[in-house]
Design a protein around this ligand. Structure first.
Ligand SMILES: [Zn+2]
Length: 417
């Protein structure tokens, strides 16, 4: 049994901080948390003094691409290095992300279930994973990995990442089932293009019919999976909200559709803005990507503000992959820049993020019964949200009650003569 005492506790529920707290951990779970006097512990417990630090729930990124290391076609098709090298690179990202206090990440496509297995078996270090496996779209959508010349990749398909192109309701149902068979915890789909998609399929261009999307949501829900839908604007955005996607990913042009914002608030549909990826794309080498990202950013900020004001639940996601790793907490600063208070941004990256994943009974808050996923940081993130981006400030990380990062003492580095 461990007791973490003396830290200022921000519990992830949106409540005000509790100074001089005590969090009691038995095995992998929190059994008590609150002000020091209100959370008693047995005499034999190991007491860890966190005075001067701020204790938070483990951070959660609800939209990441952990296995993506760049947008270039040679990277996306795996032509520039052997697969083993790429996998080791991905392993490094997983480890570094956990070390930055991210104890849970939802992968929005590209990471196969083997990484989750390896972490669970202790072969590799990394966050808890919720997997989308691959992005489902029709031909020509963002799940259709075609080159600008119209060629498809000639490398034999990886059975751990099944083909995700689906046309017509029967194929849509079959592809959802194939993703679940491959280990998907969430169903990732796309009803519009994006900033980085091919010319002719931009943020307001639609993919999928109403019937296809209804069947996709229906089948995902029948299999107990939430639907995370990439949708930026135009009729495809409407389609995603109306068909009942559980979260709208990006949602940049939502501000053009106040009626959809009201519908999301009423139904409890999440918005995951991923502001960070558009900051990155504003400097893309591809002119059409650069133009789209610059065009949408002001509207995107407005969309976040309107959604927040309307009571839409917002979760923090970065769309990292080829950028952003492992400084995923930069998204929390973007959310503050968009108008959230630091406390709201922290909740978007903890308690609400867990709810977005459907894991709110297990994770995301520091409360009795939750898994003991915790981060102790040096400083007050409510005064300076950006401190979460600095490794030296992330002093301690626990995942399931196990301390997996300890930066309290600067380590002496042995140098061989
Ligand atoms: Zn994405």
């Amino acid at each position: 049994m461990q007791v973490l005492v003396g830290a200022t506790l921000i519990d992830g529920t949106g409540a005000r901080p509790v100074p001089d707290s005590a969090v009691v951990i038995d095995g992998e779970r929190i059994i008590n948390a609150g002000a020091r006097g209100s959370a008693p512990w047995p005499a034999h417990a190991e007491v860890i003094d966190l005075s001067g630090l701020t204790l938070l729930p483990g951070l959660i990124d609800t939209h990441d691409h952990l296995a993506s290391h760049g947008y270039a076609l040679t990277k996306r098709w795996g032509l520039d290095e052997p697969a083993s090298t790429t996998h080791l690179r991905t392993g490094g990202v997983l480890e570094a992300t956990l070390a930055m206090g991210y104890t849970t990440v939802r992968d929005a496509g590209g990471l196969d279930a083997g990484f989750k297995l390896a972490i669970e078996e202790g072969l590799a270090s990394g966050p808890r994973l919720s997997l989308g496996v691959k992005i489902i779209s029709p031909t020509g959508g963002i799940g259709d990995g075609i080159s600008p010349s119209g060629h498809s990749c000639w490398i034999p398909p990886d059975p751990a990442l099944p083909d995700s192109v689906a046309n017509g309701i029967d194929q849509v149902r079959a592809v959802v089932r194939a993703m679940v068979r491959a280990g998907a915890d969430a169903i990732k789909c796309a009803t519009t293009g994006g900033a980085s998609s091919r010319r002719g399929h931009g943020p307001r261009d639609a993919a999928f019919t109403r019937d296809e999307m209804r069947v996709l949501v229906d089948e995902a829900h029948a299999l107990g999976r939430k639907v995370m839908c990439h949708a930026l604007g135009g009729p495809g955005l409407r389609l995603a909200v109306e068909a009942g996607a559980d979260s709208i990913e990006h949602g940049c042009y939502l501000s053009e559709e106040p009626e959809l914002i009201a519908m999301m608030a009423e139904r409890g549909t999440f918005l995951t803005p991923t502001l960070l990826v558009y900051v990155y794309h504003r400097d893309s080498a591809a002119p059409h990507v650069r133009r789209r990202a610059r065009e949408l950013y002001a509207r995107h900020l407005e969309s976040v503000q309107m959604a927040l004001a309307a009571g839409v639940k917002i979760s923090a996601g970065t769309d990292a992959g080829g950028h952003g790793h492992p400084v995923n907490a930069r998204e929390l600063e973007c959310l503050v820049e968009a108008g959230m208070s630091p406390l709201q941004a922290l909740r978007a990256g903890t308690g609400l993020a867990a709810e977005c994943l459907g894991w709110e009974r297990e994770l995301g808050t520091v409360e009795e019964g939750r898994l003991a996923d915790l981060v102790a940081v040096d400083g007050d993130p409510l005064r300076d949200i950006a401190l979460l981006q600095r490794a030296e400030r992330i002093k301690l990380v626990w995942k399931g009650g196990r301390m997996c990062v300890d930066r309290r003492v600067a380590r002496e580095v042995a140098v061989e003569a």
